[in-house]
Design a binder for this molecule. Structure first.
Ligand code: 1GP
Length: 249
């Protein structure tokens, strides 16, 4: 396994992790750089970069470069498709949207991006990506059949299948900006079934929600909208501190 994945595993021996997601379509490079710098200062563990729409090309490269210049945190790509690859990133969640109805999002886009990842020498981290209701933009774009919130067993079955297919992380995604995060009962059952680290994101806006997800069994919490849309750099800093203390206690 590569450097970033080893970093994740080493850190997980001591504590739960908090990754901040920046969407290049919503955040200009300068703001992204500032948020990354503040994230590192409050104890965030990595920056993820990606989005479902417009997070490509120069826009993506500019944000990744700005983050690399202003922090030493690992930058992990979180691509909406093979368009979401930047040579300036350290690693990429090489993810398969297992509950998509469209094979493009399960293996097609992955095939189109594989040579690019190899050429740039970006560390691929294989990940099972599962969309939970409501799924928001990524659920619609990814043509998912979102897993019902009251059906934790379906999520657990997909998560275990992902592990058996060789994926080394499982991500439960309620969708960016979801009104509610993934239910704790679902997190708990998935965690009980799998042996690989569990990532949870979508709709986590408060310390309490972050805490609840960790207590239910999440290993890594992803937050995006709450920080991006805080309103000002000062408020973004406060939000980062609040969310980070929810994850780390
Ligand atoms: C979205 O899980 C991430 O892909 C983060 O979601 O923007 O709601 O924090 P939020």
């Amino acid at each position: 396994i590569g450097k970033v994945e080893r970093y994740i595993h080493e850190k997980l021996k001591k504590e739960k992790l908090h990754f901040v997601l920046l969407d290049p379509d919503d955040v200009p490079p300068e703001t992204a750089g500032k948020i990354a710098e503040m994230s590192e200062a409050v104890g965030v563990d990595a920056i993820m970069v990606g989005g479902s729409t417009g997070a490509e090309g120069e826009v993506l490269d500019g944000v990744v470069k700005a983050i690399k210049e202003s922090s030493s945190l690992p930058v992990i790509l979180f691509p909406g498709s093979h368009g979401g690859i930047s040579k300036y990133a350290d690693a990429i969640f090489f993810m398969s949207l297992l509950n998509s109805r469209n094979p493009f999002f399960i293996t097609g886009s992955q095939a189109l991006g594989a040579f690019t990842v190899k050429r740039y020498g970006i560390e691929p981290i294989p990940m099972a990506y599962l969309i939970i209701e409501p799924g928001e933009t990524v659920g619609w774009v990814g043509d998912a059949k979102p897993i019902p919130r009251h059906k934790p067993k379906i999520a657990a079955a997909y998560a275990l299948a992902g592990q058996y297919l060789g994926m080394r992380l499982v991500y439960l995604e309620a969708g960016s900006g979801a009104p509610q995060p993934v239910p704790p009962e679902m997190i708990a059952l998935v965690k009980r079934v799998i042996d690989v680290p569990l990532i949870v994101g979508g709709g986590v806006r408060t310390k309490e929600q972050a805490r609840k997800a960790v207590e239910a069994g999440a290993d890594i919490i992803v937050t995006g909208t709450a920080v991006e849309k805080a309103g000002s750099i000062e408020k973004a800093r406060e939000k980062l501190e609040e969310l980070n203390s929810g994850v780390k206690r």
